[in-house]
Design a protein around this ligand. Structure first.
Ligand code: ZN
Length: 310
């Protein structure tokens, strides 16, 4: 008997050819196809819901001025490297794929366009941030000649060391508390003329509160006491001093205190009394000077008090 292949197909259908290779291999092939299709579909759904990571960047305030802290948010799969006006600042995680970078500005910055460069594993984004000018109050100070006492570098070295802190845990959230009662007697950023000469490097690096000696001073936010200096231990200019590390580069310094209630290493809660207003150090009368630093630069505390940062 002779078998015509075409006849065979016509009689038994196209599957008769495949049957030769066995039913097992057919089902194997089909399963492979089904699984592949399933995986491709899953990948497509995932891709639609998770678009290719691009560096998305936002900052607040959108129109910053001298003294403002710029709150930069970066959407990035891994920790980005951020440089602003030529200086690198650390990024801290704010949840999966979201990073926060605090950028300090001061009255000493030149207003105008600043370069912002964000890098994440090969992806680079460049932006121009317009830093607006701002008018600061000025003071004219007359200094009698010839009585300049030698400055003891010790206290400034201690304060400079404190200002380098940028510890990873964040202890601040929302608005900071007013550190003491009493009127504001000198605002942030005041510039000075000494004997008629503009002091290029001077600006008032904090806020002064004119409260009486003994008025409690509280921590504006939680943090670690990372600096305690005393007038009788060579803090002749700052007087009795407490530095609080609020974490992630935010620091408070309280100077001219009459009393210190904490020691280095203590952890304080927002609102906890850390000492009292005084007139220690180089002052003309009792007041609290509160300096607020972001990555070592004294920024305007007002936005931190009024709007707050998260
Ligand atoms: Zn002051």
């Amino acid at each position: 008997m002779q078998t015509n292949p075409l006849r065979n197909i016509l009689d038994h259908g196209w599957w008769s050819l495949l049957l030769k290779n066995g039913a097992k291999s057919i089902s194997k092939m089909s399963w492979l196809k089904i699984i592949t299709l399933f995986l491709v579909t899953l990948a497509l759904i995932f891709a639609l819901e998770h678009p290719a990571p691009a560096l998305e960047v936002q900052f607040t305030p959108t129109n910053p001025h001298l003294g403002d802290t710029i709150d930069l948010r970066v959407n990035s799969p891994s920790q980005p490297t951020v440089s602003f006006d030529g200086q690198v600042y650390p990024a801290f995680s704010r949840g999966t794929g979201l990073w926060q970078v605090l950028l300090p500005t001061t009255p000493l910055d030149a207003p105008g366009t600043k370069n912002l460069v964000i890098n994440d594993s090969g992806t680079e984004k460049r932006m121009a941030v317009r830093l607006g000018n701002r008018d600061f109050d000025t003071q004219r100070i007359s200094l009698p000649g010839g009585d300049e006492s030698p400055v003891d570098e010790y206290e400034f070295d201690r304060v400079d060391e404190f200002k380098t802190l940028a510890t990873p845990e964040r202890h601040w959230q929302g608005s900071l508390l007013r550190p003491t009662s009493g009127d504001v007697t000198s605002v942030y950023g005041v510039r000075r003329y000494y004997n008629g000469v503009f002091a290029e490097d001077y600006y008032h690096r904090g806020v002064d509160y004119g409260a009486g000696t003994g008025t409690p001073v509280i921590a504006p936010a939680a943090g670690r006491i990372s600096l305690v200096g005393r007038e009788n231990q060579r803090f002749n200019i700052h007087g009795n001093t407490v530095g609080i590390d609020h974490g992630q580069g935010l620091l408070s310094i309280m100077i001219h205190l009459s009393r210190i209630d904490v020691k280095e290493g203590d952890f304080v809660q927002a609102g906890q009394v850390i000492g009292a207003v005084g007139a220690t150090g180089a002052v003309t009368g009792p007041h609290l000077h509160w300096g607020l630093f972001v990555h070592g630069k004294a920024i305007d505390p007002v936005p931190w008090r009024e709007r707050g940062f998260n």
